[in-house]
Ligand binder design. Structure first.
Ligand SMILES: NC(=O)c1ccc[n+]([C@@H]2O[C@H](COP(=O)([O-])OP(=O)(O)OC[C@H]3O[C@@H](n4cnc5c(N)ncnc54)[C@H](O)[C@@H]3O)[C@@H](O)[C@H]2O)c1
Length: 345
């Protein structure tokens, strides 16, 4: 390993996005240390499998512990000696935050506080943390621009993520900690999360069950393909917000704070897709019609999301661009292979 190899600590490394990001970073020559508690929010075997794949590369090692465990987190920082931290570990999921709100406060608020305390001591080049499009709440003004109001969350999940943005802002101001907050928009792809729509729809369809389609299908989402998203994150690593006194050029549409090195960036595909068109693409990819149960809107859900990705492009020269037809095909190919489903018989 070269003397210049940069070290990255990735929390949530056994998660959907964490796994793909670690692969991307290893491929780009970083030394990567993962940190994940393997929580049982969804199938732990899938998380273990992701880590097993990463561990095949000597540039990756991992600790299994909770963010709430201050000692374990401190040891992980001491062991990793990171230049960069990407904080993805979270209790994710919009709907589950209505059933089990406490887990969001424990992981997202207390866990993120512990992480910020470690980050403050670690002399980091850059801390990057996951927020979500859910912070835009029921904002009718589309596409969502980072400067739009985000002070009216519809769920505790969104409220904890907005709190994370604010907590990180305070640390950036007080300790000159360079922080980028990503607002991710509905991410999908191979090794995806079993609680998200694409996985649930494919599983139900292949098991011959109907799918539940909320708000009678009248929903839109900005679906972001995982490879595009992790490429954007990798590029943003090298776009750390500068301390106030060192700033020279300004970037158009920037959200850089006036009082600390803190910035918020949307990462979305920049396209609004109708839920029914997304389902039609899945039907095409699976080669079957899917039976649908049309239902009312679920509590806490939003009718639409759509990212303005101008700031991401201004910072990195890159804009996500995988069409949903291609992304869904890659997901279906993975799903059939991973679960040994032979469609020929
Ligand atoms: N996938 C999306 O569409 C999406 C959209 C917006 C935001 N996000 C955010 O992106 C991040 C990654 O999401 P994901 O889709 O990969 O979710 P994921 O659930 O697959 O990954 C999260 C990982 O964090 C770990 N974790 C949970 N609680 C922990 C704790 N207390 N201590 C240590 N580890 C813990 C889990 O075991 C899991 O492996 C999250 O912060 C999520 O809120 C995701």
């Amino acid at each position: 390993m070269s003397a210049e190899t940069r070290r990255v600590l990735v929390t949530g490394s056994a998660g959907f996005i964490g796994y793909h990001l670690c692969k991307e970073l290893i491929g780009a020559g970083f030394e990567v240390v993962g940190f994940d508690a393997m929580t049982d929010y969804y199938d732990v075997n899938l998380k273990r499998r992701r880590h097993q794949i990463l561990l095949q590369n000597p540039a990756f090692r991992a600790t299994e512990a909770r963010l709430e465990d201050v000692d374990a987190l401190g040891e992980a920082f001491a062991d990793a000696r990171p230049d960069i931290v990407v904080h993805l570990a979270a209790q994710a999921g919009v709907r589950y935050s209505i059933e089990n709100p406490r887990s969001y406060v424990e992981t997202n608020i207390l866990g993120t506080f512990n992480l910020l305390e470690c980050a403050k001591e670690a002399t980091l080049e850059h801390l990057l943390m996951a927020s979500t499009s859910s912070v835009y709440g029921a904002n009718p003004d589309m596409p969502f621009v980072e400067g739009h109001p985000t002070d009216a969350p519809l769920t505790l999940y969104a409220a904890t993520k907005k709190s994370n943005e604010n907590m990180a802002h305070a640390y950036a101001h007080l300790w000159d900690l360079p922080v980028t907050m990503f607002r991710f928009f509905t991410v999908y792809g191979p090794y995806g999360r079993p609680d998200l729509a694409l996985f649930r729809f494919a599983k139900a369809a292949l098991e011959g069950r109907p799918i539940d389609v909320y708000n009678h299908g009248k929903m839109t989402r900005d679906f972001t393909y995982i490879s595009d998203l992790v490429k954007a994150v990798r590029l943003l690593i090298d776009a750390a917000p500068q301390p106030v006194e060192e700033r020279k050029a300004t970037i158009e549409a920037d959200t850089l704070s006036a009082v600390g090195p803190h910035r918020v960036v949307n990462i979305g595909n920049g396209q609004q897709t109708q839920l029914m068109d997304f389902i039609t693409e899945l039907e095409r990819s699976l080669g079957m019609e899917i039976e649908k149960n049309f239902m009312d809107m679920q509590m806490g859900d939003v009718p639409g999301t759509w990212a303005n990705s101008d700031l991401l492009e201004n910072l990195t020269g890159y804009r996500p661009n995988t069409p949903i037809s291609e992304g869904i095909d890659r997901f279906v190919e993975w799903y059939l292979d991973y679960y040994n489903i032979n469609r020929d018989c």
